[in-house]
Design a protein around this ligand. Structure first.
Ligand SMILES: [Zn+2]
Length: 684
């Protein structure tokens, strides 16, 4: 704690000196919400990128409709459990029927479609769709969502308290929040509430419409009335996520106080902030010994086995853990409480330094969908899509908190690998698990627990806001994605335009256009892999031979990397142009010796993309070994897998004969049929 305090103090002092000296550019209108680094709102960014734009188009025009349709039961099951269920029910499960049943006054019928968290998945999809609407306005989609919101609001209206969780109402009405012998880890009352709140905030920001926000606010008030210190119920979320969600509701009303008048219930936003902290700080607090204010829980599964502040490693169900960690980091942005800052750092360092897979995957163990022990990183690990995406949201918040590019390195690792693999190139089939080796791994149309597609939509729709950031003194270029953004402050405006063919080429051009010439800093993230720092803790190692190069207006600049960024401080004027070149030549990754399960193996990467070997290209791949000194060629194949770089080279087969291999991006596995694949090869 001491160390962090000291460095943070120095940083704060340095920042204030800078501010005082001359550069008041971004300080004038610094709002009280200003984080250490502030990402942009979606309205401020437009993506126009050769890699991401076609994908966003598929997700916007197809995937989001696909997920809503499937939540509505409009699909043909392709997995045995759902095929059997359809035969039994005479129809496919429909998440919206649950809302309709509750709206009709049904209670304790024992009948509920899908898992208890089905409400939450509807809300998460609305959140993702809302963010997509900002980038891609779509009246048809908006109308569809408005129809869903009417059904959600009708379900809430049937309850005099404004409580809404369709599973609990239909199946366990006397066990709200898992009380009276229930279990919120299963019922997901609080999780679903959190996802509702988040959907409402995002949908309001996208459309200005308040109906869902009214539902969420009404419910939040009821939650605050019911849950908290004695005599309220001692309840924490059975599934992390609501901590950050309700904090967003607090931020919204604090920053837009006029909005309160539009709600049908009184709003005291401080209650929502209090709730977020209660849900974080009361983990491991089961109440008094005499049984008063008690909660029956003691599990690391949902991070309730001890105080979060005493827990030094990231534990339990990986999605729950990463979303709780995101909430801790987000709350730290608000309260600057060193206990929060230290906890967030402890979790992140442990996750990235000892438990992360090379694709950004998290959660080694299928049983309980858990984080494994340090350095337990088996190739066949579980690696749920949601866990990697949760980790990516956590890394984004850590970047906001600590202003260090290493966090964006890990966000990026997820984006280009474990996240992209979770969806087929055609945008309608999904992976739940993303192991690094498989023989017959197949994406499904729909799953009995289809949590991953909504999580995918939440991240890809939020991503444009993560490309740039700013603080009092600097503009940050965090991701290399073709885009335009305007950082619009009271006294000045900076327009940024980025052109790139990343990740297939290493060059990016960044045009910086301030409305008037100003002295400030542009911080360009230099990914760790680009200077032979594959992982900040040495969990993986790699080397590149080409240097990073940076030019401003054609003039080479010495690259000094500090906290993951090259800082370019100058008086910026209209038409200034930064040229960045990152070495995307293929590289060989070796694991830390502590990782027993992949000892003596190597993997390939180029830029942010981790590669692997699929049977369709490499029929004998099970016998391959890779000579460490093999020469690797990177070739762009426009007609393959929607256009990818492939890595080719020589491997040896079982008789030590040289064979040509083709490696493709990990995320493209399974798009040409189902073949065996692997990421790590034995080193020869
Ligand atoms: Zn999932």
């Amino acid at each position: 704690m001491k160390r962090i305090l000291t460095t943070r103090l120095i940083r704060d002092v340095a920042a204030s000196v800078l501010m005082l000296s001359s550069n008041l550019m971004f300080a004038q209108s610094a709002s009280p919400t200003l984080h250490r680094i502030q990402p942009l709102s979606l309205e401020q960014v437009r993506v126009n990128d050769q890699f991401w734009s076609p994908k966003l188009k598929v997700w916007d025009s197809k995937t989001v409709y696909d997920v809503f349709d499937k939540l509505e039961g409009k699909y043909e099951p392709d997995r045995k459990d759902l095929i059997d269920e359809k035969a039994k029910l005479g129809r496919t499960r429909n998440a919206f029927l649950n809302f309709d049943w509750v709206a009709q006054g049904k209670k304790n019928t024992g009948e509920h479609d899908g898992p208890p968290w089905y409400d939450g998945l509807v809300y998460e999809t609305i959140r993702g769709a809302a963010d997509l609407l900002v980038e891609y306005p779509d009246p048809k989609l908006e109308q569809k969502i408005d129809g869903y919101i009417d059904r959600i609001a009708a379900a809430q209206a049937a309850d005099p308290d404004g409580y809404i969780n369709t599973y609990t109402t239909l199946v366990k009405p006397n066990q709200r929040w898992g009380t009276n012998g229930g279990d919120d880890k299963w019922q997901h009352d609080i999780y679903n509430a959190g996802m509702l709140i988040e959907a409402a905030v995002h949908y309001y920001k996208a459309t200005g419409k308040t109906k869902l926000l009214d539902v969420a606010t009404t419910f939040s008030n009821y939650i605050y009335q019911q849950i908290g210190p004695a005599p309220k119920a001692n309840v924490i979320p059975g599934h992390g996520g609501p901590e950050e969600a309700i904090l967003k509701l607090y931020w919204l009303f604090r920053d837009e106080p006029a909005l309160k008048a539009k709600m049908s219930v009184p709003v005291n936003e401080n209650h929502y902030y209090t709730m977020a902290r209660f849900w974080i700080e009361n983990r491991g607090n089961y109440g008094e010994k005499d049984g008063s204010h008690a909660r029956k829980s003691d599990e690391s599964y949902n991070q309730d086995h001890m105080s979060v502040f005493k827990q030094k490693t990231i534990e339990g169900h990986a999605v729950r853990a990463t979303l709780l960690a995101t909430g801790v980091a987000a709350t730290a942005l608000e309260n600057k409480d060193e206990r929060y800052v230290e906890t967030a750092n402890n979790y992140w360092d442990n996750m990235i330094g000892k438990r992360m897979f090379i694709t950004g995957g998290e959660g080694a163990i299928a049983d309980g969908e858990r984080f494994g022990a340090n350095h337990f990183l088996p190739e066949s690990a579980y690696l749920e899509s949601c866990a990697a995406i949760g980790a990516a949201f956590f890394s984004q918040r850590m970047n906001e908190l600590e202003a260090d590019g290493k966090y964006i390195d890990e966000l990026e690792r997820v984006l280009y690998n474990n996240l992209l693999s979770s969806v087929s190139l055609d945008g309608s089939h999904y992976f739940y698990e993303n192991p690094l080796v498989a023989t017959d791994h197949k994406r499904w149309a729909w799953h009995s627990c289809p949590c991953c597609p909504p999580m995918l939509l939440k991240m890809v729709s939020a991503m444009p806001g993560f490309i740039y950031a700013y603080d009092k003194d600097a503009v940050y270029v965090n991701l290399f994605i073709g885009s335009e953004a305007t950082i619009d402050r009271k006294d000045s405006k900076v327009h940024i335009r980025q052109m790139t063919q990343y990740p297939w080429k290493g060059e990016s051009i960044i045009e910086v256009d301030p409305s008037a010439s100003k002295a400030f800093t542009v911080k360009v993230r230099i990914p760790g892999w680009a200077h032979s720092l594959e992982n900040p803790f040495g969990l993986y190692r790699s080397q590149v031979s080409e240097p990073v190069s940076l030019k401003v207006n054609g003039k080479a600049i010495a690259v000094h990397i500090q906290n993951g960024y090259a800082s370019l401080h100058r008086t910026w004027k209209k038409g200034d142009r930064i040229e960045l070149s990152l070495p995307i030549q293929p590289r060989v990754i070796t694991p830390n010796d502590s990782i027993q399960t992949i000892k003596g193996k190597v993997a390939l990467a180029a830029g942010p993309i981790v590669y692997g070997f699929e049977g369709v290209d490499n029929p004998e791949l099970t016998t391959y070994a890779l000579p460490v000194d093999t020469s690797l060629q990177l070739t762009y194949k426009p007609g393959l897998l929607n256009g990818v770089n492939v890595i080719t080279g020589k491997a040896t087969d079982k008789s030590s004969k040289a064979v040509t291999f083709t490696a493709i991006p990990f995320y493209t596995f399974g798009n040409r049929g189902v073949y065996p694949y692997k990421v790590w090869l034995p080193k020869q």
